[in-house]
Write a protein that binds this ligand. Structure first.
Ligand code: CP
Ligand code: NVA
Length: 307
């Protein structure tokens, strides 16, 4: 059966561990897996802009022996001119895998429903699960065994990162706390799903408006932009609303000694994080960015091995 990766909980806890173990192996031995040997192609499609995702999938597909085909939906028939289901059927006849960054998550579900090759979500309005695998790899490198660690995410808890942290970190058996102002909390059904997973893995899920309580004693402190792609018209309102969630040195001091700071990037030092934090000794954001390559290579190799 073709496996897809649209949400963080598309991998069971044991499967997520397998992918992270493989990611560590591929970081140590770059060409250890070659499932795309012979220039097999992966289509990597963008409806939104990207630096890390574009480069990490290009490098990763090439490292696996394949050919990355970077597509921009504006320059293809996708989006209005041709349906997602027809696109899925055509691409499935030509490529080994479809990676897609888009707006509505439902589009990815439709693509997966009609594709006969793995479909990977490289960011939707609701989830960014590839980033979460890279974050988990990074936290494991710096803090060891993931189960039992506490991570706190501050800011827009209703965005793709906030919702993916709930599902992905609960799957890893971590205690995930997300803090954001009222009106910017994760969708209730996603909180529910994360709580159900945490009950199995020994983790826990906390959703709060209190940034200080969220960060108290945490092993990792995380934030993201307050204005995600597609929300540009709401910028003034968002900047006015999220001020209390800015990650400052004072807020970092509430976390555990030696706590690490993560940010998926791009970062805005005038808003969600102070330069002293993101450019300081607790920051692991460059490891986190690099790990996009290793984690996604592991994910692709793992998905291809299932079908
Ligand atoms: N973190 C991340 O997905 O970065 P890009 O938008 O540059 O791909
Ligand atoms: N929440 C951000 C993540 C960027 C990688 C966005 O969707 O724009």
């Amino acid at each position: 059966m073709t496996r897809h990766f649209l949400r963080d909980d598309d991998l069971s806890p044991a499967e997520q561990r397998e992918v992270l173990d493989l990611a560590a192996r591929l970081k140590a031995d770059r060409f250890a897996e070659r499932p795309l040997e012979g220039q097999k192609t992966a289509a990597v499609i963008f409806d939104k802009t990207s630096t890390r995702t574009q480069v990490s999938f290009s490098v990763g597909v090439a490292d696996l022996g394949g050919n990355p085909l970077i597509m921009d939906s504006k320059n293809s028939q996708m989006g209005g001119k041709e349906s997602i289901s027809d696109t899925a059927k055509v691409l499935s006849r030509m490529v080994e895998m479809i990676v897609w960054r888009t707006y509505a998550h439902a589009g990815l579900e439709e693509m997966a429903a009609h594709a006969t090759v793995p479909v990977i979500n490289s960011l939707s309005d609701d989830f960014h699960p590839c980033q979460i695998l890279a974050d988990l790899q990074t936290i494991r490198e710096h803090k060891g065994e993931l189960a039992g660690l506490t991570a706190s995410y501050l800011g827009d808890a209703a965005n793709n990162m906030g919702q993916s942290y709930l599902l992905g970190f609960a799957t890893a058996g971590m205690h995930i706390r997300v803090a954001g102002p009222a009106g910017y909390h994760p969708r209730a059904d996603i909180v529910e799903d994360a709580r159900r997973i945490a009950a199995e893995t020994g983790g826990s899920v906390t959703v709060t408006e209190d940034p200080v309580a969220a960060v108290a004693g945490a092993d990792a402190v995380i934030t993201d932009t307050w204005v995600s792609m597609g929300q540009e018209s709401e910028k003034a309102e968002r900047v006015a609303t999220f001020g209390a969630y800015r990650v400052t040195p004072e807020l970092m001091a509430q976390a555990k000694d030696g706590a690490i700071f993560l940010h998926c990037l791009p970062a805005y030092r005038e808003y969600e994080v102070a330069p002293e934090v993101i450019d300081g000794p607790q920051s692991v954001v460059w490891d986190e960015a690099e790990n996009r390559v290793h984690a996604q290579k592991a994910l692709m190799a793992w998905l291809l091995a299932q079908s």
